[in-house]
Ligand binder design. Structure first.
Ligand code: PMV
Length: 358
């Protein structure tokens, strides 16, 4: 496909939080997710020679600091990625997106520069993988003039996520593409119009130094491992788990109503109950549990794990979501002291944005 010389495309997409119903959605129950005002951008431009050159920068990731052994001057530089393993994982999504587009649409290989800038921490349950796929696919399709609509980009990105991870629910790629709010029910994606919420996200990201490097690199498979754990426990306690899943389904429905009515007290109370249900199915590690309890003690209207949760043996890496009420500053200070990466976020942000003139 011919590409106009000097052409530059930038595609940016939002991160996401799951407000209600994570894990239960895997069993067909309702889940509500929202875009947040943290974005990832992929810029595509032409390169002097054949092949793809990929550069990832600014990812606010954390954990293992890698200082490469001095070999020559080039290598002596400290790498900008603190958590090198997950940065490599991000590259896997870019590479698979390219391979998928080459195979499906026959995009060329004239020489492309791909630059990724992200405000989304990796492996934190904030949708960085889906964001990488959606933005890379959107930018490359636009660059190579592949015809299609936003729905096509969403479905291509979902296919790539499934190729890389083995399995993925449609929730993350839908939110990255559309922004706003998305309800997933029996694997169907519905877009909802709801008002903005002001929330705090706390990410536990530091991988303990005692963790060996194989375990650290397994973090890329964290969601898969946790989802499998739930499946195994459900196989033993099926009827109990099914009751919990039904309660979670009803909870998401009531939460949507509470958001529509701007009843933040009930939204918070339902977040607390949702957290309890996640604890019951075994996806809340000690460090995330402590952050939630701390936020609740300090006066949050509600607090819960968001996304897949975590595992103690994987360092408790994951994120919590807090509806702060009047206590935001105290909660943020306490979370920072507990070594969490703290972010103020607003829900319901813009979805995929493609710029050709910037
Ligand atoms: O990958 P995360 O942390 O955003 O969690 C995914 C949400 C799950 O419900 C646990 C899994 C899924 O595919 O929906």
């Amino acid at each position: 496909m011919p590409v106009i010389e000097g052409k530059e495309i930038r595609a940016s997409v939002p991160a996401k939080v799951i407000l209600f119903g994570e894990h239960f959605v895997v069993y067909g129950k309702r889940a509500l997710a929202a875009a947040i005002n943290r974005r990832l951008a992929v810029q595509v431009s032409s390169r002097g020679k054949r092949g793809y050159h990929i550069k990832i920068e600014d990812i606010p990731t954390f954990g293992l600091e890698l200082d490469l052994e001095a070999g020559n001057d080039e290598k002596r530089k400290v790498r900008p990625y603190k958590d090198y393993g997950t940065a490599v994982k991000a590259l896997a999504y870019v590479r698979s997106s390219i391979e998928y587009l080459e195979e499906r649409y026959g995009i060329g290989n004239e020489g492309v520069e791909i630059e990724i800038k992200s405000e989304i921490p990796l492996s934190a349950g904030l949708g960085s993988s889906a964001a990488t796929c959606v933005a890379t696919i959107a930018a490359l399709k636009e660059y190579f003039g592949v015809k299609g609509d936003v729905e096509g980009i969403r479905s291509d990105a979902h296919n790539v996520e499934k190729i890389v991870q083995g399995a993925a629910s449609p929730i993350d790629t839908a939110i990255s593409t559309y922004g706003g709010y998305v309800l997933v029910e029996r694997n169907e994606v519905k877009r909802l119009r709801l008002d903005e919420l002001n929330l705090i996200v706390g990410c536990v990201g530091s991988i303990p130094l005692s963790m060996d490097s194989t375990k650290a690199s397994e973090l890329g498979l964290k969601t898969k491992t946790i989802v499998e754990g739930v499946k195994n426990r459900r196989a033993i306690f099926t009827s109990i788990f099914d009751s919990v899943f039904d309660a979670a389904d009803e909870l998401t429905a009531q939460a949507i109503k509470a958001i529509e009515e701007n009843d933040l007290v009930n939204v918070g109370a339902l977040m607390n109950i949702n957290h309890g249900l996640l604890d019951a199915i075994g996806v809340v590690p000690r460090r995330l549990s402590e952050l939630v309890k701390m936020a609740q003690d300090l006066g949050a209207l509600g607090a819960k794990v968001t996304g897949a949760g975590g595992l103690d043996e994987m360092g408790g890496v994951g994120s919590v979501l807090v509806l702060p009420g009047e206590s935001g500053d105290r909660i943020k200070a306490a979370m920072a002291i507990a070594d969490a990466l703290v972010m103020d976020v607003k829900t319901g942000g813009e979805g995929l944005r493609i710029e050709t003139d910037f």
